[in-house]
Design a protein. Structure first.
Length: 489
RNA sequence: GGCGACGUGGCCGAGCGGUUAGGCACGGGUCUGCAAAACCCUCUACGGGAGUUCGAAUCUCCCCGUCGCCUCCA
C-alpha cells in the first residue's frame, strides 16, 4: 500500500510519487518573525516535520525548504496598513532586523525543543530580493502585471484569460468581488482582486530596496514563489502550509508562477498539503480574540488557561494524536491527557528493550507492523498509528513476563518498528535528559536503599525516599520482583 | 452574500456500509506495610428528522448548531 496524501488541488487523496525519484522537493510556508511562536506554528511545523521524516524513511532524498518571512508585510493588500515587523521595531525602538533575528531565534528554539528537524534550506525573504525582482520583471514582460507609481500589481483579469485563477481555493473572481470587503477609493489597482508584487516605499519606510520601479519592497506572496522555484524548480513535488494560507496566499503563488513560467509551472506544486488549525474552545487562536497560546507558555505554564508547565513532547504528542487535517481543540485537559498517554507509551518502549526472545512467536509482528504503516500511508494518519501502539502496551508487559513470546527475529522486527515509527518518524523522544546516566545510577542507589529499608520494615525511611523523589518528579513503580522508575516532569 | 469544513461517550480524538478504535479521566476490584504503578472489570457514543440498504456514526435529502477563508495569520 503506497503513501497517499490529500491534495488540496484535487480535493482528494492521491498516491504520492515524486517527479524525479528518488528526489523530493518540498516547500512549506514558515513563520513571519515578528512575534512569539505559538501553537499554530507548532502544529504546522510538526505536521510537515513528520512528512519530511517519513519521506526520508521511505528512501527519498528530500530537499525541504521552509522560509522565514522577515520582510514585514502590510496588514492588507490595500494601500494602507502598517508593516508588522516595522511596527514592532518602531514600538520597541530597534532595527527591523533585530526583530527578525530575535523571533527567528525564538522560533528555532521552540521548534528544536519540539523535536522538529531543521529544514534542508531555510531561506529568508530579504536574502532573495533579486530573485523576487527578477520574477516580477518577467511577469511584467509577459503582460500579466502592470506598474503604477512605482508599485507593481498582478493583473488578475488578464491572468485569468489564460490560466484558471481560483483553482486551489475554489473561488471565482465574481464571487470574490461580490464578497470583497475592499473599500473603494484609496486603491491604485485596476481591479480590487489584483494583488501587489512590489510596493513603492515612502522615504521613511525602514526596509526598502532598489528595483527597476524605484525604491520599494516586495509583496507578501512573491517571496514564496521566488524562493520555492529558486531552490526546487517548477513544478516541484509538495507545497505545504496552514489551511488559512490557501487563499489568498497560495492561490497568489500559483498565479505568480504561471504568470512567470506559463503552463510549465503546472500549478507550481503537484501536491498542495494543508494542516488544519488549532482552536481554543472551538475558536481559532488569534490575537484579536486574545486567546493565543505560545509554545513557551505551554512549557512554562505561564498562561491563565494552564495550571503548570508541560514538556515539549506532551505538546508534540497531543498534535500527533489528531489527524493533521482535523481541527485540534486545545485545552489543558487534553494536553494533560496526551502527556500521560505519551509517558505510558514511552514507558512501554523502554520496557520493550528488556524483553527476551523465545523459541517461537505467539503473535504476528508482521501483520501488526503492516497495519501501522497502512495508517501512515493513509494520508499520514498518525492518530490511528499511535492507537496501534497503545494496543501493544499490554502485550509488552506480557512479553516481559514471558506470558507471550517472540522469536529473536520477530522481537528484533518488533523493537525496530517501535523505534522507527515512534522515534524516527513521529519524532518522539523518551523523557530523558543529557544527564540520564548519572540520574539513573543515583536513583538506582536510592531504590536499593529504600528496598533495604522496606525489608527492615523501616517504612518511615522508605516513604521519605519515595515522597522526596515524587516531589522531584520521579515516580517509583514497585513490581513484585523489582522497582522501576520514571520521570513525569 | 460566496467558498469550505465540522458536530462521536466527562475530555481529546480515529472512523469513509457490517469489528470493542485508542488515549485521558471516573467508579469497582486484585496486588501492596501504605501508596503509586501494573493488571482485571465497569462506563459502549455518534446534533435532530426523513430516506436508501439485509444492515448507517459511515450514503442521500432537509433542519439545527459550530467554525474557517473571502484583511494579516500556521
Amino acid at each position: 500500500m503506497p503513501l497517499e496524501l490529500y491534495n488540496t488541488l484535487s480535493r482528494k487523496k492521491e498516491v504520492f510519487s515524486p517527479l524525479h525519484p528518488p528526489y523530493v522537493g518540498m516547500y512549506v510556508c514558515g513563520p513571519t518573525v515578528y512575534s512569539d511562536p505559538h501553537l499554530g506554528h507548532a502544529r504546522a511545523a510538526i505536521t510537515f516535520d513528520v512528512l519530511f521524516r517519513y519521506l526520508k524513511y521511505l528512501g527519498y532524498q528530500v530537499r525541504y525548504v521552509r522560509n522565514i518571512t522577515d520582510v514585514g508585510h502590510l496588514e492588507g493588500d490595500a494601500d494602507e496598513g502598517e508593516d508588522k515587523i516595522l511596527k514592532k521595531a518602531r514600538l520597541e525602538q530597534v532595527e527591523p532586523i533585530e526583530i527578525a533575528q530575535r523571533y527567528t531565534a525564538l522560533y528555532h528554539k521552540a521548534m528544536d525543543a519540539l523535536g522538529v528537524l531543521r529544514p534542508s534550506i531555510e531561506p529568508t525573504a530579504t536574502g532573495h530580493i533579486p530573485q523576487q525582482i527578477e520574477m516580477i520583471r518577467q511577469i511584467l514582460e509577459r503582460g500579466y502585471a502592470y506598474e503604477v507609481n512605482g508599485s507593481v500589481y498582478l493583473d488578475v483579469e488578464c491572468y485569468r484569460r489564460d490560466f484558471p485563477y481560483g483553482i486551489l481555493s475554489g473561488r471565482n473572481v465574481e464571487e470574490l468581488l461580490a464578497g470583497s470587503r475592499e473599500l473603494e477609493g484609496q486603491s491604485e489597482k485596476r481591479h480590487p482582486w489584483d494583488f501587489a508584487l512590489w510596493k513603492r516605499a515612502e522615504p521613511t519606510h525602514l526596509m526598502q530596496w532598489d528595483s527597476p520601479w524605484g525604491r520599494g519592497y516586495p509583496g507578501w506572496h512573491i517571496e514564496c514563489s521566488a524562493m520555492s522555484i529558486n531552490y526546487l524548480g517548477v513544478p516541484f513535488d509538495i507545497h505545504g502550509g496552514g489551511l488559512d494560507l490557501v487563499f489568498p496566499h497560495h492561490e497568489a503563488e500559483i498565479a505568480q508562477a504561471h504568470a512567470c513560467f506559463g503552463k510549465e509551472a503546472a500549478f507550481q506544486a503537484r501536491f498542495w498539503i494543508h494542516n488544519n488549525l488549532v482552536t481554543i474552545e472551538g475558536q481559532k487562536m488569534s490575537k484579536s480574540l486574545g486567546n493565543f497560546i505560545t509554545v513557551e507558555q505551554v512549557f512554562t505554564g505561564k498562561h491563565p488557561k494552564l495550571s503548570r508547565g508541560y514538556p515539549p513532547m506532551a505538546l508534540r504528542f497531543l498534535i500527533l494524536q489528531a489527524h493533521y487535517r482535523s481541527t485540534l481543540d486545545f485545552s489543558e485537559e487534553a494536553l494533560l491527557g496526551a502527556f500521560r498517554g505519551y509517558l505510558r507509551l514511552m514507558t512501554a518502549y523502554q520496557r520493550l528493550m528488556e524483553v527476551r526472545p523465545y523459541t517461537y512467536s505467539s503473535f504476528s509482528v508482521e501483520a501488526w507492523r503492516e497495519r501501522v504503516f497502512a495508517a501512515l500511508n493513509d494520508d499520514l494518519n498518525t492518530a490511528a498509528a499511535i492507537a496501534l501502539f497503545f494496543e501493544q502496551t499490554e502485550e509488552i508487559i506480557r512479553l516481559r513476563r514471558q506470558e507471550i513470546y517472540l522469536t529473536a527475529e520477530d522481537l528484533a522486527l518488533y523493537q525496530l518498528t517501535w523505534k522507527e515509527v515512534l522515534i524516527d518518524i513521529l519524532g518522539l523522544s523518551p523523557p530523558q535528559s543529557i544527564e540520564w546516566e548519572k540520574w539513573a545510577s543515583l536513583i538506582g542507589l536510592l531504590i536499593q536503599i529504600r528496598r533495604d529499608a522496606r525489608q527492615a520494615k523501616n517504612y518511615a525511611l522508605a516513604d521519605l525516599i519515595r515522597d522526596k523523589m515524587t516531589s522531584l518528579g520521579i515516580k517509583f513503580l514497585d513490581f513484585p520482583d523489582e522497582t522501576l522508575w520514571e520521570m513525569y516532569e
